[in-house]
Design a protein. Structure first.
Ligand code: AMP
Length: 422
């Protein structure tokens, strides 16, 4: 029978790589806590309406990329393709929209999109996202961007570009869309097929298209003159505070991020090492989404970082970042299979002191056990076979120097601690 394989666009994470993930996640949690964010965990499975209502029926995630399934009762469910909509759903369900306070949440976990897999584009990938509810202050936008760049610095990445833009408020939207439509309609035939559809359904998305002809058609489009005075003033406050906070950015008048729900500030971080899929993350303000999803009108802003891409980019910038993987510090070897239970007692004593330890549990020659200990990068191997027991000692072998000593049973543990420190 042919061996089973992981689905295309999904992958297994083995210990060497998992340790990189753990370090990335741990440092992210530390930084997020510094900025007053707390974790929220939402289900991987939601009613499809959570996404269709929030992202909009015409959004590509909804039309092409959602993994949909029906449960036995015939309800339409979706594997979450992104994190904001479920967090907003949970925020409203918990009644947090009615408290009038500030809420700072973050999430970290897998997302699912039915995309054609390629480098940096997977069907199951992981996002770290933050959402701040309860303020429309442009200084909040600045702080969110400060946090985003602080995370990148913490991960020792320098080679990124933060692009920002303002796409105006809902009041500006109708005007911007009709301007854009009348400007692009004469070039309709030159647009790619997707963009011809977008011209009717969501012309903003055409600005996102990477095709040369579509880019040419949108050349020179800039909303900065089309947005209302209040939005323009907010954008100036944002950019001035970013400069004060020494957050590097460039203004990209074409950055719209497609999603229906964004208002005012939009942003994206790119990294040149990633090739075509060069966005590490992005986000924006979504002042109308909470109300659109059935809550009180609560302004909000957030971002999501794609962690696979962060790791890919980090690997390019910080080579050999992973320290050698260590299975356990101490290995308790046995000379005879019957000694295994005693070895288990010794190992458990070591673990009780907070030191990682693995005992041999198998009927294997000592030589093979030492090879295993070497593979796991154990620092010390402890052995108490029959001859050691008769002498009342434990043998301790330092793997780096290959030196072995015998220590009286009563002192063996303090000697072990000493060796581990040396
Ligand atoms: P989006 O909400 O689509 O802008 O996604 C935010 C971030 O998630 C992107 O900038 C990517 O880093 C990451 N991302 C999105 N889709 C994928 C995917 N299919 N595979 C890997 N990472 C992705």
């Amino acid at each position: 029978m042919a061996a089973l394989k992981a689905l295309g666009g999904t992958s297994d994470t083995f210990p060497e790589e998992a340790s990189r993930w753990q370090r990335l996640e741990a440092s992210a949690r530390e930084i997020l806590a510094l900025y007053g964010y707390q974790e929220v965990r939402t289900p991987l499975l939601e009613e499809a309406a959570v996404f269709t209502q929030s992202l909009g029926q015409s959004d590509e995630i909804v039309t092409k990329q959602m993994y949909l399934l029906k449960d036995r009762g015939g309800r339409e469910l979706a594997l979450r393709p992104e994190g904001t909509a479920p967090v907003v759903r949970a925020f409203v369900e918990r009644g947090l929209d009615k408290t009038g306070g500030l809420t700072r949440l973050y999430y970290l976990g897998p997302m699912f999109r039915a995309e054609r897999p390629q480098a940096g584009r997977k069907r199951q990938f992981h996002q770290l996202g933050v959402e701040v509810f309860g303020t429309a202050s442009p200084y909040q936008d600045a702080e969110v961007l400060l946090l985003l760049t602080r995370l990148l610095c913490e991960w020792r990445m320098k080679d990124w570009t933060l692009k920002i833009n303002s796409i105006g408020c809902q009041g500006d939207r109708a005007r911007i869309l009709s301007d854009l439509k009348s400007r692009l309609t004469p070039h309709r035939q030159k647009l790619c097929r997707d963009c011809q559809v977008r011209l009717e359904k969501n012309p903003l998305r055409i600005l996102d298209c990477k095709k040369a002809d579509c880019q040419k058609a949108t050349d020179g489009v800039d909303f900065s003159k089309a947005v209302c005075e209040a939005c323009a003033a907010q954008f100036i406050q944002l950019t001035e505070s970013l400069s004060l906070l020494q957050v590097k950015f460039v203004r990209d008048p074409h950055l719209v991020r497609g999603l229906d729900y964004y208002t005012r500030t939009t942003f994206e971080v790119e990294h040149p090492a990633l090739g075509v899929q060069n966005a590490i993350g992005g986000g924006g303000r979504y002042d109308d989404l909470v109300a659109r999803m059935g809550g009180q009108p609560v302004p909000a802003i957030g971002f999501a970082l794609g962690l696979e891409r962060v790791l890919m980019a980090q690997e390019k910038e910080v080579p050999n970042d992973s320290p050698d993987l260590m299975g356990a510090k101490v290995f308790v070897a046995t000379v005879d299979f019957n000694d295994v239970p005693l070895a288990m007692v010794l190992a458990e004593g070591v673990r009780r002191h907070g030191i990682s330890c693995v005992a041999n549990l198998d009927d294997r020659p000592l030589k093979r056990q030492l090879e295993q200990a070497q593979k796991w990068r154990c620092q010390v191997v402890a052995i108490q076979g029959e001859s050691e027991r008769l002498k009342g000692v434990v043998a301790l072998k330092q793997m780096a120097s290959r030196t072995q000593i015998e220590v009286p049973e009563g002192h063996w543990f303090s000697k072990l601690q000493e060796l581990l420190k040396s």
